[in-house]
Design a protein around this ligand. Structure first.
Ligand SMILES: CC(C)(COP(=O)(O)OP(=O)(O)OC[C@H]1O[C@@H](n2cnc3c(N)ncnc32)[C@H](O)[C@@H]1OP(=O)(O)O)[C@@H](O)C(=O)NCCC(=O)NCCS
Length: 342
């Protein structure tokens, strides 16, 4: 069996910075509340005339390819993770195939596992490479949250947490064993699907007379079911996140007979600085082994982890033989980890 290695990482965030103070002007919130509860200071929002979910993915991918010393023609397959596609369907993978200028009609797969989306996408790409089906795969996470948030006071418990951006990695076949993606671990618990979700469009519809069609999932559906903005029970998400993060990191370490002492870097999904700090304390990891950028970007969902990998790449903080653990938790619930030996 082959192994797969990340040979390039890139990211793109839109230039428009939206600070907590900016949000104070459009909803009843405060810089202090947002910082204290989440650690977020600012986030990026797209200019809708300029950027799209697929388009930001393309920008991130170009940087990742350049850093890998490759061109779009070297890519055999695309895996794209997002919860905010430009079209309800098709997913953005195909747009990337076109906009990136891949001359071959390569396959493109879309993954919708929210905050765990990038690790699910990476794991999928890893399986294709390990079994020899593809040699070089572009894995992208990109989100345009700002168009879908309720930026009034009604939506403040959710909308202050999210931002836009994209990250990408190039995953390539390697014959060297014990390097690259050592293992990935994917989980879900669908009983919590409606704890953090957007109901519409999904399975929400009206009949020809304009009456709401009641479905199994929405027996008490009201007009509000057509709300296209995210709904969340934040405290329940928080409580589950801190348990699952620790669990799935330990699962990855145990599967490889390694311990937290062996780790050089913990790359957590950025949902809340307090979640990261809780997990850091539980794992007894020093500050220099934990990366946080939620202060600058908020939660960029599927884009978060590849953005961090790209920032670490830029900062020269990825060294040969380093051991990284990536971990995420989010809507679904879904959670996942990946252990990487560089
Ligand atoms: C969302 C989160 C920051 C809220 O923090 P919290 O301490 O649980 O706060 P609560 O939801 O209990 O709200 C406390 C109060 O602040 C208010 N509030 C909510 N959002 C607010 C905002 N943006 N600004 C000001 N006040 C706000 C609430 O209305 C509530 O007021 P009340 O006590 O008068 O009813 C926190 O639960 C969290 O981070 N959860 C995990 C979220 C997450 O990870 N989501 C992504 C999945 S990966």
């Amino acid at each position: 069996m082959y192994s797969s290695r990340i040979v390039g990482a890139g990211h793109y965030v839109p230039p428009k910075v939206v600070t907590n103070k900016d949000l104070e002007k459009i909803m009843d919130t405060s810089d202090e509340w947002i910082r204290e509860r989440s650690g977020i200071e600012e986030r990026r929002f797209v200019d809708i005339a300029e950027d799209t979910t697929a388009g930001m993915g393309v920008k991130a991918a170009k940087i990742a390819l350049e850093r890998a010393g490759l061109t779009p023609d070297d890519i055999d397959f695309i895996v794209f993770a997002t919860l905010s596609p430009d079209y309800f369907f098709p997913g953005p993978g195909v747009t990337v195939q076109h906009e990136l200028g891949c001359k071959r009609n390569i396959g493109a797969l879309d993954v919708r596992n929210q905050c765990s989306g990038f690790i699910y996408a990476l794991s999928t790409a890893d399986q294709f490479i390990k079994t020899g089906m593809y040699k070089t795969i572009l894995v992208i996470g990109s989100e345009t949250h700002s168009n879908g948030l309720d930026l009034s006071t009604r939506g403040r418990a959710v909308s202050v947490l999210f931002g836009d951006g994209a990250g990408a990695v190039v995953l390539q076949r390697s014959e060297e064993q014990g390097k690259g993606i050592l293992s990935t671990h994917l989980h879900s618990q669908g009983e919590f699907a409606d704890v953090l979700c957007v109901r519409a469009p999904g399975n929400v519809s009206k009949d020809a007379n304009g009456n709401l069609i009641k479905t199994k999932y929405y027996p008490n559906m009201e007009e509000d079911a057509f709300n296209t903005t995210p709904q969340m029970d934040g405290q329940l998400v928080f409580k589950n996140a801190i348990i699952r993060f620790t669990e799935v990191i330990n699962e990855a370490l145990e599967a490889n007979n390694l311990s937290t002492n062996d780790l050089d870097m913990f790359v957590p999904h950025q949902a809340n600085l307090r979640i990261t700090q809780f997990v850091q304390k539980k794992m007894q990891l020093p500050d220099e082994k934990v990366y946080s950028n939620i202060q600058r970007y908020g939660n960029t969902t599927a884009a978060t982890i590849p953005i961090i990998l790209s920032e670490l790449w830029e900062q020269g903080r990825i060294k040969e033989n380093d051991l990284f653990v990536l971990a995420a938790f989010g809507s679904g619930f879904t959670w996942a980890s990946a252990l990487i030996r560089w």
